[in-house]
Design a protein around this ligand. Structure first.
Ligand code: AMP
Length: 410
């Protein structure tokens, strides 16, 4: 299948070409025809599958056929970083179409707010917004969605995890009932199904299996006590030559504590969290992208949004509770056929999480001997084997293998 098969207009095809996309990814092959047909859609797909273009391309194609006077599509996304990345993809893909877009998120100064207001008043074609900031524009009367044709909920699971459900429902209450609604989510817990039932109309469904970690990733586990985590990590960063390192901790508080500890060792490090000003976040991300910053620490929020090439090491300072988050996190390294290392620090309480991860990826992650310079490897009591149960819960799947059929009906 090629992009020519979708009958996109020429300007849009030119944009696709200029972005360097040669052929549609599996999610694009499935989603684009359904969205072009005007169907509502619920799609289970994670970052890295090409899911953003899978909804942007048909939406851009539809907009180019209409009179451009009012806002046509609204994308709701959990974080400003993701909103910005979606906006950049609109700019790239829609470059030759003349379609306009604006990213609407909190944290900027009055000038940014003013720019957002102006774009909305002028009837920008696509608004990409975080829910909280959009509510502010709804309250001030700047956002008038009466002619909106399409609503996209991107990373819906993350939006619900971040507590945006009330904001989302409030925004939807302002939208025309006659519209197309597309819901994208990396996972499909029951609360997403409930949301889908209340806001989608007879949706088609697509589900792509979680892709397996790239083969270029050298996955490693260190068994540690909590007090060994920081000394081990400092030692690894000082004794191995990792040029670009992304560290995931479970909470904002842990991110800050780890930042303090590593900074004291003179490692070139920054912490990325929601307490920072927008300009600080952008500065940090730019420095990380440009290799001026070696180590970046954050929570799972950055594993979804971040699109940085060439990360050499990903560290799970805390083992993720959801095994699918493990794949998202370590997927930040070894992108585009390169190689990389993923280290997970596992304490005694996290052994079950490691079992679940291993069941999902279908193989054990090698335990690396503890460096004697740092101390002795922590001795754990073995957890009762539940591998059988887990294997049932997380059956081994082939990369990109489809779990469900595409089809209509909810
Ligand atoms: P996403 O899953 O939307 O976060 O996309 C992940 C990355 O894949 C982005 O950098 C996209 O620009 C890129 N991408 C999307 N579709 C294609 C395609 N058909 N061919 C090559 N790259 C793509």
């Amino acid at each position: 299948m090629t992009f020519d098969d979708f009958n996109f207009n020429e300007q849009l095809l030119e944009g696709v070409l200029s972005m360097g996309y040669r052929e549609p990814t599996p999610i694009q092959q499935e989603a684009i025809p359904l969205i072009l047909e005007g169907k509502d859609l619920i799609a289970c797909a994670q970052t890295g599958t090409g899911k953003t273009a899978s909804y942007l391309l048909p939406v851009l194609n539809n907009i180019s056929k209409t009179e451009k006077k009012h806002t046509h599509a609204l994308v709701l996304a959990p974080t400003r970083e993701l909103a910005q990345q979606i906006d950049q993809q609109v700019e790239g893909l829609g470059y030759f179409t003349g379609i306009s877009s604006v990213a609407v998120y909190g944290g900027g100064d009055g000038i940014v707010y003013g720019q957002q207001q102006r774009a909305m008043k002028e009837g920008v074609d696509i608004i990409i917004a975080t829910p909280g900031r959009l509510i502010a524009h709804l309250n001030s009367g700047t956002f008038k969605p009466d002619q909106l044709k399409c609503l996209i909920l991107d990373e819906a699971d993350r939006m619900l995890d971040m507590g945006f459900i009330d904001d989302i429902m409030r925004i939807i209450s302002y939208l025309p009932k006659e519209r197309q609604t597309l819901l994208f989510s990396a996972t499909m817990p029951p609360k997403i199904r409930t949301l889908a039932r209340s806001v989608l109309h007879n949706p088609a469904q697509i589900s792509l299996a979680v892709s397996q970690p790239a083969t270029g990733i050298d996955q490693q586990v260190y068994k540690v006590s909590d007090s060994q985590k920081i000394p081990l990590l400092s030692w690894l960063l000082q004794h191995k030559e990792y040029k670009s390192v992304l560290i995931f901790a479970s909470t904002k508080e842990k991110v800050k504590a780890l930042y303090k500890a590593l900074k004291a060792t003179k490692i070139q490090v920054q912490a990325f969290h929601s307490d920072l000003e927008q300009s600080e976040r952008e500065e940090i991300m730019l420095a990380f992208r440009n290799r001026q910053l070696q180590v970046l620490i954050g929570t799972d929020v950055i594993s979804r949004g971040i699109d940085v090439e060439g990360i050499s090491l990903v560290v799970n300072f805390d083992a993720p509770s959801d095994p699918e988050d493990y794949i998202h996190r370590i997927g930040r390294t070894a992108r585009a056929e390169t190689t990389g290392t993923a280290i997970t620090l596992v304490n005694e309480r996290d052994q079950r999480k490691l079992q679940n991860i291993e069941a999902l990826i279908g193989k054990p992650v090698p335990v690396i001997p503890f460096p004697p310079e740092v101390g002795e490897q922590a001795a754990f009591k073995p957890v009762r084997a539940s591998a059988k149960k887990n294997r049932k819960k997380f059956p081994k799947r082939n990369p990109q293998q489809r779990r469900n059929h595409t089809g209509t009906g909810s």
